[in-house]
Design a protein around this ligand. Structure first.
Ligand code: ZN
Length: 102
């Protein structure tokens, strides 16, 4: 029973792999969540794949966006929905620099 281990990542880490970031406001959700609800900050109605990216670095959790925390200030999140946000979006042309055909 107890020997069934643990080469798998913990659930939180697994979930992070499924997250994508809105390229406009950096909100992090799964692609399915974006498909269902769109972005809480941006009024996107298109296919989420056109305005989200899986290429981001750093994650922060904004629990109270009315609080003038340094992280909210830094990310300019004071008017934005509570949730997880990427610290930085990696540009596609940077992230795709290792394609085989180049
Ligand atoms: Zn957004």
């Amino acid at each position: 029973m107890g020997l069934e281990t643990t080469s798998t990542a913990p659930p939180a880490t697994h979930d992070l792999r499924n997250l994508v970031a809105c390229t406009d406001c950096r909100l992090l959700k799964t692609l399915d969540q974006f498909k269902e609800n769109g972005c809480e900050n941006c009024d996107h109605h298109a296919d989420p794949q056109t305005y989200t990216t899986s290429h981001f670095s750093g994650v922060t959790l904004v629990l109270d966006s009315s609080e003038k925390s340094w992280i909210a200030k830094r990310l300019d999140l004071d008017k934005r929905a509570i949730g997880m946000y990427a610290l930085d979006i990696v540009k596609d042309d940077e992230a795709m620099g290792h394609e085989d055909d180049e």
